[in-house]
Write a protein that binds this ligand. Structure first.
Ligand SMILES: Nc1ncnc2c1ncn2[C@@H]1O[C@H](COP(=O)(O)OP(=O)(O)O)[C@@H](O)[C@H]1O
Ligand SMILES: [Mg+2]
Length: 279
């Protein structure tokens, strides 16, 4: 998550099914907006869950990320404001819905129309960096054309990691894939850090896998955040009705809300910067 002057920042949350990609994107956006930051969320997943987090039905959008990437629609036409903070911070959303499921097929079957299939996102939205302090990109669970577009545009990646027995293997694989992709398509891309999600530290398995992950990251020079996002079934069922991410709708004493504040603070400490003033 880089900040240069008034300018730019991209971030991507991505890895595995149900690892809180959307939750991290929307909740970090909430923390940033409450600190006076202007945030754009770009949803690139066909589930459209970023919109749902703000109480919007993704099927109600006239235009979505698909129209911007495939039909060349001006991104501004598809962006709407979903949150305005009293600090002056705000969250805009370039939403997504089921149309995204067609993107791979539509683009790859018309290669003459799309000569740079990995650069559709970058070409369409780079100019928006001037309008926002942060651009956070929510992405699909798999590596494919859409994620390739996200990785071509992003400066930094946050990788959520759910400590189950199979996850170390896929984490190593994903880090390798990002490394290879970076060499070929986006040399400025870096891994900002790995954040453990849905953690139940009372579970021996979680503690063991977390320890293994920290060791692997340490040995390979990869950042892993101290902050973990705890699992809470009660919390999961309550957020569905709020119409706002938890960091904007729940009390800061809630341990999950707190974890997102802690995560942002850790990012600030690592970068030696402070985003906005209000806590
Ligand atoms: N701290 C939490 N503990 C348990 N479940 C959670 C928590 N935060 C979010 N969830 C639930 O987990 C599910 C997956 O989260 P989501 O962020 O949509 O994952 P992804 O985008 O990676 O698919 C959602 O139903 C969400 O409500
Ligand atoms: Mg999601």
């Amino acid at each position: 998550m880089k900040r240069n002057g008034k300018g730019t920042t991209n971030l991507l949350c991505w890895l595995c099914r149900l690892s809180l990609k959307t939750s991290i994107t929307t909740n970090l956006s909430g923390v940033l907006a409450s600190k006076g930051q202007k945030v754009l969320i770009i949803d690139t997943d066909n589930q459209g869950n970023a919109a749902l987090s703000f109480g919007k039905n993704p099927d109600s959008f006239e235009y979505t990320t698909y129209d911007v990437l495939v039909d060349g629609l001006a991104a501004e036409m598809a962006i709407s404001n979903v949150y305005q903070d009293i600090t002056g911070g705000k969250i805009d959303l370039l939403g997504s819905n089921d149309d995204m499921a067609f993107l791979d097929f539509d683009v790859l079957t018309q290669r003459e129309k799309y000569p740079e299939p990995f650069l559709l996102l970058k070409n369409a939205v780079s100019h928006l960096k001037n309008d926002y302090d942060f651009i956070l990109i929510d992405s699909p669970p798999n590596l494919g054309l859409i994620t390739g577009n996200v990785l071509s545009f992003a400066d930094e990646v946050i990788i959520p990691f759910q400590p189950e027995s199979y996850s170390m293997r896929s984490l190593v694989k994903i880090l390798q894939s990002i490394h290879n992709f970076r060499e070929q398509y986006n040399k400025k891309l870096s891994v900002l850090g790995i954040v453990a999600t849905l953690v139940d530290t009372r579970t021996t398995l979680h503690s063991q896998v977390l320890q293994e992950c920290r060791k692997y990251c340490y040995e390979n020079g990869i950042q892993m955040f101290e902050t973990v996002i705890p699992r809470s079934v009660r919390f999961a069922s309550s957020v569905a009705y709020e119409g706002l991410p938890a960091t904007l709708s729940s009390d800061k004493s809630n341990k999950i809300v707190r974890s997102y504040y802690d995560l942002l603070q850790e990012i600030e400490e690592r970068k030696g910067v402070q985003f906005g003033s209000k806590k």
